[in-house]
Design a protein. Structure first.
Lengths: 372, 128
């Protein structure tokens, strides 16, 4: 079996889009969350957001324009042939609608301009799998490379849906934080004060290849399972999440003890963070207390479909620095969340395998293991 | 709210179609669900958020999500493997079949259910 490597990537996040800016903010424990006061209508109930500066669809670029920009930058910086593309560029804009066929053509025109290759339409794969999309898009590309179907693949995932409607929709189902706290402290996964997530924007583009030379890391294993339970809640017994954990480890031919760090989905909801903690403890047992668990969303909020992709980028930063990013805003321990969350300060560590985890509407669970 | 009911109705029709497959599914098999679902363009909504709150139900937007239809089908089928959603209107079904083939070949699943559903056309046909 071939191996799938991450050769290059570009991104935009509430912590910035430049590698040096992002990594500095990540390891020094900065927050990218800001007040929504100037971004939302007057008297709007949601007070905090994570915004991509210069990329908000209401004020400047739309989702597709951002996807084009990242893809062009990716291919210009690392020219390779491209055999296929997995992409997820949902739009939430009254005027524009959502037309995956046009997005496929537009993104393909960038590939053609930069590489001279036009990808056949059946290999332009548009997916929509809610908050597991970032991980599943990478897994699908890796699966095709590992099986020898493709040699090089690009993955483009963008989520910049921060119109008042999109934010209000999540608010009205009780998903967002309403805590009276400064915006910088609004997202606090695993801390007793947590009461919901902060809606954020994010985007990433990756080049994957079967060639290891100069790679940032390898996608060593992955799994996707479904709870077949409720639309908005995870199964209380964690059966689906646990199967994803086990199948990802099996796919990577690793034991649980081989994992050096767990990048949690950790949206900062009361139920979700406790369930994820319980799932980790179910698989790792007593060793769970020695497994560092980090929550990127404490710093950038919940970037929806892009969240798994940005977890992977933060993991690559952790490999590069051999340092675990912190879970910031961790204030009060919760008896239901009693693991080592790397609270508030980054820490040096020997990192060879990082486990990235995500959950989504519809009871979806996705796990992906990165190897340095 | 009419749209919510409409989409749910279409979801139910898809579930009816899938029900006919259930007898072929093995108990306890690892089943993957592969859906080609063309997403809905956002329908018009009030210009101000307070009107939106008054006029539109808090969960109406969930009915527009492809993942909602897929979730209902996954629960019906008992699909506990991957639930994949492809939304290219012309290529989505081909891509769903190809993904199912890959997952079967690699042993990720033992059985695959593949379905197609066009929420946009359903709305266009049934709404005035």
């Amino acid at each position: 079996m071939k191996r799938a490597y991450i050769r290059e990537f570009k991104f935009n996040s509430p912590l910035g889009s430049e590698w040096s800016t992002f990594t500095e903010a990540l390891f020094s424990g900065q927050s990218g969350i800001e007040s929504a006061r100037d971004l939302m209508p007057e008297n709007f109930p949601v007070k905090s957001l994570g915004i991509l500066h210069g990329a908000n669809p209401q004020r400047s670029k739309g989702a597709l324009a951002l996807g084009q920009e990242l893809l062009r930058s990716l291919l210009q910086s690392h020219q390779e042939s491209v055999d296929g593309m997995i992409f997820a560029v949902p739009t939430e804009h009254e005027a524009s609608g959502f037309f995956p066929e046009r997005q496929a053509e537009t993104l393909n025109s960038i590939v053609e301009a930069e590489t001279g290759i036009k990808i056949p339409p059946e290999r332009l794969i548009s997916i929509h799998e809610a908050c597991v999309t970032g991980l599943t898009a990478l897994a699908m590309a890796a699966q095709r490379i590992r099986s020898g179907l493709w040699r090089n693949a690009v993955v483009v995932v963008v989520d910049v849906r921060s119109t008042w409607k999109e934010v209000l929709d999540f608010h009205r189902i009780g998903a967002l934080s309403l805590r009276q706290a400064p915006s910088l402290r609004a997202s606090c996964p695993f801390s007793l004060e947590r009461d919901g997530f902060v809606k954020s924007e994010g985007a990433a583009a990756f080049l994957l290849s079967d060639q290891a030379e100069n790679a940032w890391g390898e996608i060593a294993g992955f799994a996707q399972t479904n709870d077949a339970w409720r639309l908005l809640d995870g199964r209380p017994d964690n059966e689906g999440a646990l199967r994803a954990f086990k199948e990802a480890l099996s796919s990577a031919r690793l034991k649980a003890s081989d994992i050096d760090c767990f990048s949690a989905h950790a949206t900062s909801t009361r139920v979700g963070d406790a369930l994820e903690t319980r799932a980790i403890k179910s698989l790792w047992g007593k060793e769970a207390y020695r497994l560092p668990v980090t929550a990127l969303k404490s710093q950038i909020g919940h970037t929806g479909q892009a969240s798994g992709a940005l977890q992977v980028i933060s993991a690559l930063a952790m490999f590069q620095r051999q340092r675990i990013a912190p879970t910031i805003n961790y204030q009060t321990p919760d008896p239901q969340c009693d693991l080592d969350y790397v609270p508030n300060a980054s820490r040096a560590a020997e990192l060879r395998h990082i486990f990235c985890n995500a959950h989504a509407f519809g009871g979806q669970n996705a796990s992906l293991i990165l190897r340095k | 709210m009419a749209k919510t009911n409409l989409v749910n109705r279409q979801g139910e029709e898809l579930q009816e179609a899938i029900k006919s497959l259930l007898k072929d599914l093995q108990p306890d098999a690892k089943i993957g669900l592969y859906c080609a679902i063309k997403p809905l363009s956002p329908p018009p909504y009030p210009a101000h958020f307070e009107e939106y709150e008054q006029e539109i139900g808090p969960t109406a937007w969930l009915a527009d999500l492809p993942v909602t239809v897929a979730h209902a089908c996954a629960a019906l089928v008992g699909a506990r493997g991957p639930v994949k959603i492809f939304n290219h209107p012309a290529m989505g079904y081909t891509q769903a079949v190809e993904q199912a083939r890959l997952d079967l070949q690699s042993g990720l699943i033992e059985q695959a259910v593949i379905c197609g559903h066009d929420l946009e056309s359903a709305r266009a046909e049934l709404l005035p």
